[in-house]
Design a protein around this ligand. Sequence first.
Ligand SMILES: NC(=O)c1ccc[n+]([C@@H]2O[C@H](COP(=O)([O-])OP(=O)(O)OC[C@H]3O[C@@H](n4cnc5c(N)ncnc54)[C@H](O)[C@@H]3O)[C@@H](O)[C@H]2O)c1
Length: 401
Amino acid sequence: MTTRNVPLNATAAKVDKRPDAIRMAQVGLAGGIGYAHINEVEKNPRFICVGGYDLYPTNSPVAAAIDRIAKGGGKIYRGFEEVLADPEVEAVDICTPHHFHRPMAVAAFQAGKHVLVEKPMATHPDDCEAMIAAQRASGKVGAVQMQHVGQRSMLFLRDALQNGAIGRLREVFLNSLWWRTEEYYARIPWAGRMKIDGAWCVDGVLYNQCVHYINQMLTLVSPGPLPSVARVKNLQCAMYQFHDATNLEAGDTAFITGIIDIPDAPQMTAVGTTCSTEERHCIEILGDKGRAMWNGVGYLFPDGQPATEFHDDHPSPHLFNGNSMIFNSFAQAIRTNSTPLTAFSQIQYVTRFINDCYGVSRWQMKKAPWSATEALFKETIQQVRLHRCLPKDLPAPPVWV
Ligand SMILES: NC(=O)c1ccc[n+]([C@@H]2O[C@H](COP(=O)([O-])OP(=O)(O)OC[C@H]3O[C@@H](n4cnc5c(N)ncnc54)[C@H](O)[C@@H]3O)[C@@H](O)[C@H]2O)c1
């Protein structure tokens, strides 16, 4: 799903809401993602928008979102406390910048609300722990909006891998190549920043962009039941900053190697960057009886057997796209006491993984010249994959390491 600048639905068709629809308040209405949530809640019969809140109601995209919510019969709250004090609100949908996820989620649980929070769940393991502690104390549901693990292509591929379609897993490669300009890092005050007012923000390539595919990779290979996120050991990571953006503190490129900590112990090599004019996301898994790949479509190439493709197509595309699947599993968890597809208890391991990447890099972003990005894509990424190592350990390391 393309999420930036998702417009409000121009003509939303009237949807019959289920009698047990979740009564949700939306918070953070119109940045890169708020509109997508408003559209989803409007279309999804499992949710009713009780109201909305944004700290900057007069910003023009926010004002349009407020208008839309009010026209749909929703309340407009003047403060987050007002949202939490409203007994009509069962769940809070948090679409604010990273550093607000922890305080808002904790306060919402303390007020007895369920919480759906945008990715990343949080950008420090301590924040995840605080959120999980508040959730457990409240007995409410906590889930993260990570739409990629809700995609049918991904869920079918995961089933096939669990059924041994390519045998034991030997290697996993992740390329998550994005394009962001310097203007992107200047668009909002928290972009690229490590901390804001003492709170962790860590808005680098791993938490902001690659978090989706890291979660997807670790979910695909996990042998446990859904939701289950594999851990990684023997981690090594090198982080770089190629963009010349003054507020970019948290890195725009990362190379990572490790061993996925599952019984098959496959080797993992991952590259994430926002410096690639060609956006491409690919998870490739080599087994001892074939290979699998996911790049928006799931592919299975078992040795000596025909290949299989898994697509997201469904007769009801709206209710079964990745975005809706996460919302649906959140609603189901609230009503049936099941575990959501992106439960806090598991997604915390994605934050732990990324935090460990920073840790082993000693929180240092090596500055690399923008002129070197050509070498990054022409040679280094292929070489890193070939040798399963960090750039510094290549037989001919690039000049910028
Ligand atoms: N799932 C996805 O694909 C996806 C895509 C984009 C963004 N996101 C995530 O969504 C979150 C928000 O990102 P964004 O790009 O929309 O940010 P943004 O800064 O562009 O917008 C955030 C919105 O929240 C409002 N806001 C800011 N602080 C607030 C506060 N304290 N209380 C209430 N409202 C507040 C802003 O006015 C704005 O409407 C981030 O954590 C980001 O990672 C996820």
